[in-house]
Write a new protein. Structure first.
Length: 187
């Protein structure tokens, strides 16, 4: 009889061989625990998209540049008629399916969970660290698409945490950059 086993992906830090970054004064750096990162892209002004997804998300998509809506899941404005819907608790496949079912036909819904991980910078030192390599840091409760160490990132500022989304292939480079520059947050 064939052996049955369950295939489970490694946590991101293990999969990429990321060494822990020691806490420095008022700063901790961690891989974010996200279960779902779903890209939502409307077309031609995305008429009715915000209303169509209100029941699924628990809030309307906000078309205001830099906006972040809802507590869980969150919708992050990333461009005209473009959002990331992120969740720490919801199953990515179920969330993507529900968004697809509710969205107007011309909406592109993409599961980006594996390809767009996030790093959390926690504590007041997060802003000091970002100041060493980032031209734009969003205000609390806002989103900014910008560069960190000349690499494209999407930042979500949330009270004492900045969540940094980037392409999976850039994570090792940015993780190393954060580890090398974290002591500057204490300076």
């Amino acid at each position: 009889m064939a052996e049955v086993f369950e295939l489970r992906p490694l946590p991101l830090a293990d999969a990429l061989g990321l060494a822990p970054i020691p806490a420095v004064m008022d700063l901790r750096v961690e891989v974010a625990a996200l279960r779902a990162v779903i890209g939502v892209a409307g077309t031609h002004g995305a008429a009715g998209l915000g209303e169509a997804l209100a029941d699924v998300l628990g809030h309307r998509l906000d078309p205001t540049p830099g906006s972040a809506g809802g507590p869980e899941p969150r919708s992050l404005w990333t461009g005209p008629d473009r959002w990331l819907v992120v969740s720490e608790h919801l199953d990515r496949f179920d969330l993507a399916r529900r968004i697809r079912a509710a969205a107007p036909r011309a909406t592109l819904v993409t599961d980006l969970t594996d390809g767009l991980p996030a790093i959390d910078l926690i504590g007041p030192g997060a802003w000091e660290l970002l100041a060493h390599g980032c031209p734009a840091v969003p205000a609390d409760g806002q989103v900014a698409r910008t560069l960190l160490a000349l690499q494209p990132v999407t930042l979500l500022a949330d009270a004492d945490r900045v969540r940094l989304f980037t392409d999976r292939g850039l994570v090792p480079f940015l993780w190393d950059w954060l580890a090398r520059h974290a002591p500057l947050a204490a300076a």
